[in-house]
Ligand binder design. Sequence first.
Ligand SMILES: [Zn+2]
Length: 414
Amino acid sequence: MTEAIRVNGQRLWDSIMAMAEIGPGEFGGSRRLALTDEDREGRDLFVRWCEEIGCGIEIDDMGNIFARRAGRDDSLPPVVAGSHLDTQPHGGKFDGIYGVLAALEAVRSLHDYDVTTEAPVEIVVWTNEEGSRFAPAMIASGVYAGLFDKEYAWSRTDSDGKTLGEELRRIGYMGESPCGEHAIGALLEAHIEQGPILEAEQRQIGVVVGGQGVRWYDVHLRGLDSHAGSTPMPGRRDALVACAEIISAVRALALEFAPDAVSTVGKMSVMPNSRNTIPGEVFFTVDLRHPDDEVLAKLDRQFRARTAALLDGQGVEGEIEEIWNNPAVQFDAQCIAAVEQATRALGYSNRQIVSGAGHDACQVCRVAPASMIFVPCAGGLSHNEAESAEPEDLEAGCNVLLQAMISLANRPSI
Ligand SMILES: [Zn+2]
């Protein structure tokens, strides 16, 4: 009976720890930026592990890796599970890696118990999810979903001017098959929550029903550089003071739409950045998110209107450029049901949840049925080397993943 199969939690933990030794971070986490030598080493280890249990490997021309375990009817579209192996510069051991290695552990368990599913099952590694070396994030799953052109993706550069395409080729992961053509019958992505909700409510599993909408803006403010000593306070055209007021307004705006709205100014540069010159120019970014696209549109209008009102009379000109508008996503009902049923059958405490972060599944769900499984992480902390998760929660999420994969791969209608 496939319902009785359980994953090996110790082997899952050991694999996560072994992967973390590749590109170890300074503070106990991981530094494995996309398409670096460390990323290649992590990929090589993953491929070796998959080959050890007899999986066939296919790599597409965005470097996405699909490791396949044949089904009884191998012509059926596969049930795919996975995530990403790249990390932030000061990344943790679990973000992304857990989803890949939980999928590997699920397939290893099928192998141990000699279970053949009706449809094939596959483990996927998506390239450059983090976007910290090559922006934007989730670019390879985005190409898969038709959201980005491949040429655009290949031409993205890192801070040294190296392109994503060159680096893919250099590390030997520019595959043959065209990205987007590999069939996916259903996609499941297990991930740490990267937020505090499951931990606070002491629930082991988040049944993820969708992802919130995101809007990214580049904002340029132009005032006038002038002498800090001899320019009187009235009449100054201080772009940084205007920026500070906008930052406060952006924060207030999200608080007005609590608890679901979030807003962040995470990047800023000040020109000329000199202590005795009034800053004449400021560049900063704004990130607005909400699970409901209509509310997000309202936030967008308010952000623009309040910025214009704040700048009025300050002698500072502002320009807001929207650089990304990623609508909220709703995951597939059948995939959500498979996760929910598996969670219930296994007896894990759970709740439905909306993903606060972007994930590869949020891209792929636009072209294939997909959903996600969240497990708690300590303090909700992620994108930080101190990121941590409990072995028993990781094991629980992996058991849910395994059972959901089996039920989707054996469903008659796939
Ligand atoms: Zn991630």
